[in-house]
Design a protein around this ligand. Structure first.
Ligand code: CP
Length: 315
């Protein structure tokens, strides 16, 4: 594997190996000196055309912990504002010595275009392209589920685990990557949300629910993955009011109490507290939201190591 553009680029055995490697990397993150020399001499460019807190900072930390040099590029304040294209921007950064380009872009398919256009030779990692995919988010979600629910996680897949993805599935790259990756790992996945935001074309093996209460009682999830309402990608009104949305599809203490005793709650962030999840649920003992953030660093260390330390491969 030369690039990581989609969760579908990874076979089940490759996902399990990456999760195992990330588990080892998390030991480094717990040490006093959080550094390994394995990517010394490599340069990672974070090429972000959209805002980010978790993904950008965790890729930066991951690269630095593996001793790579890091360049952070944000479109705001760059020559993109003068009309410079993705091609020219990427080629300019590669001419300065980039070995890997971590790309976040508002256009679905932009990472694939960068990787397969012949514009650059660098490794390309998709850090979120429009509503399409966010493969490292799905990897860190899988790592969080595995470590929360499986006593000896090394080498394990997610067979037998039931994951409910709730909310704005239509606009969510997190949902798309998780549907591919969690099902590849053997989990049973269901989706839930307003009919206007849950595409039937993505119907997973666990089915589609239009009421969170029904999904909790009938699907009996081990994991509830709450999604952010992506107002910035909505060009129409998809539900009557925020209050209505929160009442029917929001996670709250009452619904938390009706989950199985060991069930956990995830959210990729950033959260709209009070809309898709209330503050008590976000901060509850079932919440693994901060574990997701920590695991994001370990997963990105594993991905950078995997893609930058080996022999160059095609595709
Ligand atoms: N989960 C996620 O992609 O968060 P950021 O937008 O902060 O990177």
């Amino acid at each position: 594997m030369k690039n990581l553009l989609s969760a579908a680029d990874l076979s089940k055995s490759q996902i399990v190996s990456l999760l195992d490697l990330a588990h080892e990397m998390s030991d480094v993150n717990d040490r006093e000196i959080k550094k390994l020399p394995i990517l010394r001499g490599k340069t990672v460019v974070n090429l972000f055309f959209e805002d980010s807190t978790r993904t950008r900072i965790s890729f930066e930390l991951a690269a630095k912990r593996l001793s790579a040099d890091v360049i952070n590029f944000a479109a705001k304040g760059s020559s993109v504002s003068k009309g410079e294209s993705l091609k020219d921007t990427a080629q300019t950064l590669e001419a300065m010595g980039a070995d890997a380009i971590v790309l976040r872009h508002a256009s679905s398919g932009s990472a694939y275009r960068l990787a397969h256009s012949g514009w650059v030779d660098s490794v390309v990692i998709n850090a979120g392209d429009g509503s399409h995919e966010h493969p490292t988010q799905a990897l860190l979600d899988a790592m969080t589920i595995r470590e929360s629910l499986i006593e000896n996680p090394i080498g394990s897949d997610l067979s037998g685990k039931r994951v409910l993805i709730v909310g704005d599935i239509s606009h969510s790259r997190v949902a798309r990557s998780n549907l591919i990756l969690l099902q590849e790992l053997g989990a049973t996945v269901a989706t839930c949300g307003p009919a206007t935001l849950v595409p039937r074309s993505l119907e997973p093996a666990g089915g589609i629910f239009y009421s969170l209460d029904r999904a909790i009682s009938e699907f009996e999830p081990d994991v509830v993955l709450m999604l952010r309402i992506q107002n910035e990608r909505m060009e129409a009104s998809f539900f009557p009011t925020e209050r209505e949305y929160s009442r029917i599809w929001g996670m709250n203490v009452d619904r938390l109490g009706r989950l199985k005793p060991e069930a956990i709650v995830l959210h990729p962030g950033p959260m709209n507290r009070g809309l898709e999840i209330d503050a008590s649920s976000a901060d509850s003992e079932r919440s693994r939201i901060l574990n997701q953030v920590s695991n994001g660093v370990s997963i990105r260390m594993a991905v950078l190591f995997q893609l930058l330390s080996g022999e160059k491969e095609s595709a």
